[in-house]
Design a protein around this ligand. Sequence first.
Ligand SMILES: Nc1ncnc2c1ncn2[C@@H]1O[C@H](COP(=O)(O)OP(=O)(O)OP(=O)(O)O)[C@@H](O)[C@H]1O
Ligand SMILES: [Mg+2]
Length: 319
Amino acid sequence: MHLLNKNPESFINSLSFLDPDEIAISAEKAGEGNMNAVFRIQTNKRTFIAKQSFPFVRKYPQISAPIERIDTEYQYLKLVEIIPELKSYSPKILGYFPENYLLLLEDFGPGSDFTEYYKQSKQIKDQVIEELIAYLNQLHSLKAPFFPDNMKMRELNHDHIFRFPFDENNGLDLDSILPGLQKASLPFKMDEKLKSRVASLGERYLSKGDTLLHGDFYPGSWISTESGLKVIDPEFGFVGDREFDLGIFVAHLIFSGLNENEALSKLDNYNPSFDSSLTLAFAGVELLRRLIGIAQLPLDLSLKERVELLQLGRKMILA
Ligand SMILES: Nc1ncnc2c1ncn2[C@@H]1O[C@H](COP(=O)(O)OP(=O)(O)OP(=O)(O)O)[C@@H](O)[C@H]1O
Ligand SMILES: [Mg+2]
């Protein structure tokens, strides 16, 4: 397989994709991202995004990761492309080269993602929240009986969300993130009642539900562009419990400064019926794993505030 990150321009030029009078002239990293190679390709006529997956995490090659995640992303984008209400939120598929695990996508331009909402000074706007809920209303009402089960990606995510953060001997030095965090994490790693509830939520995550999920519905997957809000990176998509997408969403509303009741009440505009205690439980796990797991966020929070969120997460899981 040709590697996109070795010489992106010549790789793109070698594909039967560009117009006869078109040539790729430069390539740059499209933005922050860890899993895949994602480049903005500039030709003499246009720009587009090239995304390639590898059998490992691009930034951490020692961590293996399922290469077929690019196919899940392709299947998801192909599905939403035919739904008028969702189409405008996703990049158009320009080309797909499965033998090279390569997807070519519409470029929304160098917009910024929403991770700035983790800064305490910045509150996520109601209008953005409403639009994201409108997106979930449409997505969660789709029928997708043939969608890939994406089980290997779920197993990878399961490990990072439901197991690793709660493992006392996981080897992650939390003090290197914030001094004192390691000790503060111990009560959550030694709480057997909590761990057993988290384990059963993890089982739910791995079981089949009836709703097509984005699977990673958090500010890193939303970008703000000149043509409005976009939702990208559905490589963790699968057919599961709608409460998983909702829970992740609620957790990140809490990280952006809302309390749990405010965050939950934002779902008043969400149409499908859902289980609010399961939503809060998934949200609680997401709070915990982002605070004491490997996938950290650019949070602007003191140790005391983190401990309060850890306690809130536990309460939401055990409620
Ligand atoms: N269609 C697009 N238009 C504009 N920018 C994009 C587009 N797709 C991706 N990007 C930029 O590239 C970054 C990485 O893309 P993406 O999140 O799809 O990669 P990833 O490797 O799956 O990342 P992660 O490690 O977060 O899963 C995005 O955060 C965004 O800044
Ligand atoms: Mg991704």
